[in-house]
Design a protein around this ligand. Structure first.
Ligand code: PMP
Length: 388
């Protein structure tokens, strides 16, 4: 449509809107299909082939503590972090998982004390990633239990805190919140990539989680990785993976290695199209257009982000998060998810993130066509004062 490169309001009307007005646009999940356009342009550059006698063994040949980690993937993970400068890798063990979702569970297992009578409390500051409470209590483990908002947590003793930075749902850069000295911290850095936020320092924490899903968009490959300082924690996480799935698909790992390799190459070779520059300009454009629509209809408020200097792009910019955290200006009784649903926009209610129903989380990672229709529908919403 005309809107891909068009950034001036009010041209948010797609030319060839092929979806009819009754089709609901689903922006509930952070499904990163936006990146398809880049990968389509890369053509066959990421193709890999497997012969019938490849990948039969459970074991990878590397010397890694994580015995099922393909050494090609480990190499490309470390290379990419070094190229982007978003995390210190040299004094960390790398553990691969089926998405970072599986590694969250592995980390919870590894950090939960086994000699406690009570399950360890797990907290995260509101608004928190909505999967944490579900995942933590799903199998009613005796090891850990969800204990809610980190800001109101006051118990003594050991606890686990998830620090999501930039945060899902609101894109804010975060630090630990609980004021205890016995906290075990899990840094979920799924969105700490230059298309979303300025890289202000190389993260160097005990447990850091990353995922290819939000980095390159290959969520369907289900590849995530943990960078872990402590050998015993790394060992326990590997054990968790061994017991739950005896490792991670080698095909997925090798494909991920190829994709990460191409991205690093693109950052270093001026003759190639840099993935982060491409995705950053898409996100910048989407956020600009969203803010214009939100300002024009005056019914909602969006989070603002500070201007920060990015060590990777050597440029200052405001964050353009993977989700928009939209708040209805109306009173307490406002139900923003319901309002948007009436206009065929499916979002996720703020209550799911420990917040209230005045707010919603909206994915910014959809395909162009859906994003354009979303803006068009958002623009059509009229407040009671604007008349009907
Ligand atoms: N952490 C955060 C904060 C996320 O938003 C997501 C994806 N929605 C994940 C982890 C999990 O990603 P995956 O399992 O696809 O690696």
């Amino acid at each position: 449509g005309c809107l891909v490169k068009c950034s001036s309001f009010p041209c948010a009307t797609p030319k060839n809107d092929s979806k009819d007005t009754s089709t609901t646009i689903n922006l509930d999940h952070g499904d990163p299909t936006m990146y398809e356009s880049y990968w389509r342009k890369m053509g066959n550059k990421c193709d890999i082939t497997f012969n019938g006698d490849d990948s039969l063994s459970y074991f990878a040949n590397g010397k890694s503590l994580c015995w099922f980690l393909e050494s090609k993937l480990e190499k490309q993970i470390k290379r990419l972090h070094n190229v982007v400068g978003n995390a210190i890798v040299d004094d960390h063990y790398t553990i691969v998982g089926t998405g970072s979702s599986q590694l969250m569970q592995a980390a919870l297992y590894a950090l939960s004390p086994i000699d406690q009578l009570e399950p360890i409390s797990v907290v995260s500051a509101t608004p928190f990633y909505s999967e944490y409470p579900e995942m933590i209590d799903f199998v009613r483990s005796g090891l850990h239990k969800w204990a809610g908002d980190a800001r109101t947590y006051e118990k003594n003793g050991v606890y686990i805190e998830f620090i999501t930075s930039p945060n899902n749902p609101d894109g804010i850069i975060r630090e630990p919140v609980v004021n205890g000295d016995q906290g075990k911290l899990i840094y979920d850095l799924a969105y700490y990539w230059p298309q979303y936020t300025a890289i202000t320092s190389s993260a160097n924490h005990d447990v850091m989680l990353f995922t290819i899903s939000k980095c390159t968009g290959h969520a369907g490959s289900r590849i995530g990785w943990a960078l872990v300082k402590d050998k015993e924690v790394a060992r326990k996480m590997t054990k968790f993976m061994e017991i739950s799935t005896i490792g991670v698909s080698k095909e997925a790992q090798l494909r991920a290695a190829k994709i990460l390799e191409l991205i690093s190459d693109g950052c270093l070779d001026p003759n190639m199209e840099n993935f982060f520059e491409y995705s950053q300009s898409l996100m910048t454009d989407r956020w600009k257009r969203l803010r214009q629509v939100v300002m024009a209809n005056d019914l909602f408020v969006l989070q603002n982000y500070p201007l920060q200097y990015c060590l990777f792009t050597k440029d200052s910019f405001e964050s353009h998060p993977a989700f928009a955290w939209l708040i209805c200006k109306g009173g307490e009784e406002e139900d923003c998810e319901k309002l948007l649903k009436e206009h065929n926009i499916q979002t996720r209610c703020g209550r799911r993130f420990g917040s209230d129903s005045r707010s919603v989380r909206i994915s910014m990672l959809s395909r162009d066509e859906d994003f354009n229709i979303f803006l068009q529908r958002l623009m059509a919403i009229q407040g009671p004062t604007n008349g009907n």
